[in-house]
Design a protein around this ligand. Sequence first.
Ligand code: APR
Length: 231
Amino acid sequence: MALTYSSTQHIVVLTGAGISAESGLGTFRDHGGLWEQHSVYDVATPEAFARDPELVQRFYNARRRQLADVEPNFAHRALAELEQTHAVSIITQNIDDLHERAGSTRVLHLHGELTKARSTVDPELIYDIGYAPITPEERCVLGSPLRPHVVWFGELVPMIEVAMEVASQADYLLVIGTSLQVYPAAGLVDYVAPGVPITVIDPGEPAQVQGAQVIRKTACEGMREWLQHLR
Ligand code: APR
């Protein structure tokens, strides 16, 4: 990701599961969310994968299949359109590809990407798989099984340093649809320079971000309101 921009105002957007909720993808911690239906320890840790790879693959294969059937919503599209007038960097915790499908060109995935698989022995061996399932027979070029290209609980977040650098270069920070309960992602709000305006869009109990303006609306409604302020 390039770190210098030609436009004068650099808008950094930190997104979470809430931005994709109106597209039909569930969030994690809301009532009825994914982590109410599945235990993190069964499907989203390296230990879970070592213990029961089929269960973990089934969980992610189902999510990949679901992703193929949904579309970006107004909030994703508005962020993509914003690139016509501003330098926009999106840092997303989401593993869906809805920002890219909406047309955003600078998207940093902190927690990996559902549409990619990677080798279980060499993390540099990453494969585009689109919305297809990962099967037990599939192997990387070294002959090892594939795993989802996602960051599980207990794993390092390789992109965090790049994300910190991007956040530190923000002229404006927009936070959409994240409970900010998971670190190190949640700590990114502390990397923006003092005095940089921050807006949080969230219809629920919005994350506490010091000095932030809060728009207590869904991602789509909140984006409409925020765009009016911007203009
Ligand atoms: N529009 C905007 N925000 C919404 C909407 C909506 N329509 N619906 C719900 N939200 C808000 C909720 O109020 C909540 O604050 O989205 C947030 C979702 O929070 P989480 O479910 O905790 O999701 P997120 O913050 O993205 O989780 C972070 O946790 O399990 C991990 O790896 C997973 O990347 C994920 C990380």
